[in-house]
Design a binder for this molecule. Structure first.
Ligand code: S3P
Length: 430
């Protein structure tokens, strides 16, 4: 599919963005493992979360869809999953691919599962979960010694571990925390920097106890989970496209309501503040153990910044849209310590550099990031999403300030996380 986007004069209005993807995935996974019925509101009905939902249905979990955004998950308890009759397909969802092995490997009731997904998923590294799960004595295999899917998992009794993650990753942390729930004894996990903590928060909401200090987490096996209502806030990673659009399109004024502002995800706000953006948060509140707020964004002349070190995991998914902001910012923006971008839905460093250059941006590719010089006037071009939803939406925002028309090829990937994106953009034209 092709999406054609032209320049716009200004953005104004009020929107809500769809539910948080990470929290929506977790509501199904943790709801499925709980005792009782979990009522989810604000669920993200996009392809990635639907992949998770289908996997759990195949594992014997009943999920009632009351509407697109409202679900009832009939929990089967920690050890109630059933062996599926076929291979499980995670589609394009890296989160499902990395977390499910932890849940499945610890099911010792005789459960054999094969996990696979689309072409991009079969290039995503899985050694990062296979290695620690094997240290827990899990029975798990995959292509290239477990480094790539398909993965095959045979549920068995597993042991607790002490493990230091080599790279900060919420997917790996979650995989191990959920495996640890069925392991004997106490598991201790440390990560080099704080990654998103939605799992820890939801486990607490469901009555589990996790002791954490800095970036070390301890959890005891054998704790049962009790269903609790989950209201999912708007996804800050989706709001980020509009935060940047309203900042770089002249004469804009935008309100975004009910956005998740969990501190482990707000690196985008910190980065945009640093760049001189005009963003105001109001009405901050906690629901379902997750903070959320309303945002007002007005256009601003942005300036360059340096992003590296501990902030990177707090804005890892927003780097594509920050790169677009940087093309319009005065000076040299440097992004480093972000090598992980090379193994996301696409090689985001290579994809962004190639596609934004076609629109006139000045970008140097680094092994672990990018250097972007601005401000540069962008021009419409024929560009490609590389099958990556966040690249597609970032290019669409770049097109809003580019002269002429931009044609984005393979734009269907937008439905992975934000099916109503194009309609929402159109509604905001003044
Ligand atoms: C996610 C964690 C991050 C993020 C991904 C979603 C999650 O990945 O990039 O989009 O829901 O746990 P890593 O854990 O690989 O950093």
């Amino acid at each position: 599919m092709q999406l054609t986007v032209g320049k716009i004069n200004s953005i104004s209005g009020t929107i809500t963005v769809p539910g948080d993807k990470s929290i929506s995935h977790r509501s199904i996974m943790i709801g499925a493992l709980a005792d009782g019925v979990t009522h989810v509101t604000g669920f993200l009905a996009a392809e990635d979360c639907i992949s998770t939902m289908r996997c759990f249905e195949s594992l014997g979990v009943t999920i009632e869809r009351l509407s697109d955004t409202e679900l009832k998950i009939h929990g089967v308890g920690l050890k109630g999953l059933k062996e599926p009759g076929d291979v499980l397909d995670v589609g394009n969802s890296g989160t499902t691919l990395r977390i499910l092995p932890g849940i499945l490997a610890s099911q010792d009731q005789g459960l054999f599962v094969v996990l696979t997904g689309d072409a991009s998923i079969r290039r995503r590294p899985t050694g990062r979960v296979v290695e620690p799960l094997r240290l827990m004595t899990a029975e798990i295999w995959g292509r290239e010694e477990g480094n790539y899917p398909p993965l095959a998992i045979n549920g068995s009794r597993i042991e607790s571990i002490q493990y230091n993650l080599p790279v900060a990753s919420a997917q790996v942390k979650t995989c191990l925390l959920l495996a640890a729930l069925l392991a004997e004894g106490e598991t201790e996990i440390s990560e080099p920097a704080q990654s998103r903590d939605h799992t820890e928060r939801m486990l607490e909401l469901f009555g589990a106890r996790i002791d954490s200090y800095d970036t070390t987490y301890k959890i005891n096996g054998g704790q049962r989970l009790k269903a609790a209502p989950v209201d999912v806030p708007g996804d800050i990673s989706s709001a980020a496209f509009f935060m940047v659009a309203a900042s770089i399109v002249n004469d804009s004024s935008l309100r975004i309501e009910n956005v998740g502002v969990n501190e482990t995800r707000t690196g985008i706000i910190d980065a945009l503040y640093e760049m001189g953006a005009n963003i105001l948060l109001s009405d901050q509140r906690d629901v379902s153990n997750e903070p959320r707020a309303n945002m007002e964004i007005k256009s601003a002349q942005l300036k360059a910044t340096i992003l590296e070190g501990e902030i990177i995991p707090r804005l890892i998914d927003e780097i594509p849209i920050i790169a677009v902001a940087a093309t319009q910012a005065e000076g040299r923006t440097e992004i480093r310590d972000a090598r992980e971008l090379r193994v996301k839905e696409s090689d985001r460093i290579a994809a962004l550099s190639a596609e934004l250059r076609k629109m006139g941006a000045i970008i140097e590719e680094l092994d672990d990031g990018m250097i972007i010089h601005g401000p540069t006037p962008l021009k419409g071009a024929r560009v490609n999403s590389h099958g990556d939803h966040r690249i597609a939406m970032s290019l669409a925002v770049a097109a809003l300030v580019a002269d002429g028309e931009t044609v984005i090829e393979n734009s269907e990937s937008i439905a992975i996380s934000y099916p109503s994106f194009v309609g929402d953009v159109l509604n905001l034209r003044k």
